[in-house]
Design a protein around this ligand. Structure first.
Ligand SMILES: NC(=O)C1=CN([C@@H]2O[C@H](COP(=O)(O)OP(=O)(O)OC[C@H]3O[C@@H](n4cnc5c(N)ncnc54)[C@H](OP(=O)(O)O)[C@@H]3O)[C@@H](O)[C@H]2O)C=CC1
Ligand SMILES: CC(=O)N[C@@H](CCC(=O)OP(=O)(O)O)C(=O)O
Length: 345
């Protein structure tokens, strides 16, 4: 089948292209850019835009929803926040398959989106037609998939077994999440400037990060007793990789064995989520993969459980999970075209 990417020149769009180019069910990838693409006579080709993409001489075409629907089976949006809410309406009206890597359709309430993203929301009737889909807990839904954010993915996978099985006090969840700079996209910002990011650790978005509402909404679906989380994000002086360190007080009587049983049971059939046996994971064991590795350590002295959840922010946190969701939407094996062995160096 043929698929379309809008936003291939961004970090997650480029990783998405590399996955789809090796995907056995994909015949052709068609690339689309801005609505005014080529307006000044300038024609852009992928191999001229992305270093190392030798031979990938594919033209970036002007964004045109009717043309995309006529020539493709599905479309991926790997565009900046606030773009798909402006461009995706025709696909939703036509029930055309979309996987959206951005946050534009993750929150069903327009007012909540505007509060956290500080941008105009998509129309409420379109937001209702999107399905928030954490791919390892995929449930068939609408044909518009809102792919979760990177911090949300690591946090939700680390919390799911404990929240679903009611093993922790829901008012005590604390998440200290850290990401490499590629999570911020290709546009340079004050904190991603080399001089600021290198040899440094920078906290940002404290209590205001846009992933808080999508995390709480999903936790609430699993266990209505969850009302809020304490959540912080820190920029790491490295390119790729994301670690969420999660803490919570356990319910009376819960111990390491009960926690491990819940994690092992929840992820028994999962290809991509690996529960470690008594150890905690490093970033390098997941970078280059669609995996999420999880370590679980209970401290009986403080009755606190610490869960370490690591992912590659551009793979499991963005493009890899998008392909995993796409596979399931299309009825393919969820693992099709997705790497599980780390880059390692
Ligand atoms: N980086 C990460 O780890 C993660 C990112 N995401 C989300 O995925 C999306 C993409 O992220 P990322 O790759 O980091 O972003 P980048 O900033 O690296 O890339 C953004 C892409 O969007 C394109 N774009 C911007 N505006 C428009 C427009 N009006 N019409 C068409 N294309 C447009 C850009 O094209 P051009 O260069 O031509 O302007 C570029 O290809 C974002 O919404 C991000 O929040 C989600 C999870 C993790
Ligand atoms: C390091 C860094 O800046 N990371 C990004 C999260 C990337 C992501 O998941 O973005 P969306 O939710 O917009 O899709 C951030 O904190 O905003």
């Amino acid at each position: 089948m043929d698929v379309a990417i809008v936003g291939v020149t961004g970090y997650s769009g480029t990783v998405l292209y590399t996955l789809l180019a090796k995907h056995p069910a994909i015949d052709q990838i068609n690339l689309y850019g801005h609505q005014d693409e080529g307006k000044d006579g300038e024609v852009r080709y992928l191999d001229q835009l992305i270093p190392g993409f030798h031979g990938q001489h594919i033209r970036i075409q002007k964004f045109d929803p009717q043309q995309i629907m006529a020539n493709n089976t599905a479309v991926f949006f790997a565009t900046s926040a606030g773009v798909s809410s402006q461009l995706a309406g025709d696909f939703i009206d036509a029930d055309f398959p979309v996987v959206d890597l951005s946050g534009d359709y993750r929150l069903p309430d327009p007012a909540e989106y505007e509060k956290w993203y500080h941008k105009p929301a998509a129309p409420a009737e379109h937001l209702q037609k999107a399905t928030y889909s954490l791919a390892d807990f995929y449930q068939p839904g609408t044909s518009y998939i809102a792919n979760p954010g990177c911090y949300a993915t690591a946090t939700l996978l680390g919390l799911a077994p404990m929240v679903q099985n009611d093993l922790i006090d829901p008012d005590t969840i604390v998440v200290d999440a850290k990401s490499g700079t590629s999570g911020a996209g290709k546009k340079l910002t004050g904190i991603t400037h080399f001089t600021e990011a290198s040899d440094n650790l920078q906290l940002y978005g404290l209590n205001t990060h846009k992933h808080i509402p999508e995390i709480v909404a999903q936790l609430k679906k699993w266990n209505d007793a969850v009302n809020a989380i304490q959540f912080s994000t820190t920029l790491l002086p490295l390119t790729t990789g994301l670690m969420a360190s999660i803490y919570a007080k356990v319910k009376p009587g819960v111990d390491q064995a009960q926690l491990m049983a819940a994690f092992n049971q929840d992820y028994a059939d999962s290809t991509f989520v690996n529960v470690l046996d008594g150890t905690t994971p490093d970033l390098k064991e997941v970078v280059g993969t669609n995996n999420c590795d999880i370590g679980v350590v209970y401290n009986p002295v403080t009755q606190t459980v610490m869960v370490i959840s690591v992912i590659d922010n551009l793979m499991k946190g963005a493009a890899g999970q998008a392909v995993q969701n796409f596979n399931q939407l299309m009825g393919l094996a969820e693992t099709t075209g997705l790497p599980t062995l780390p880059a390692f160096v």
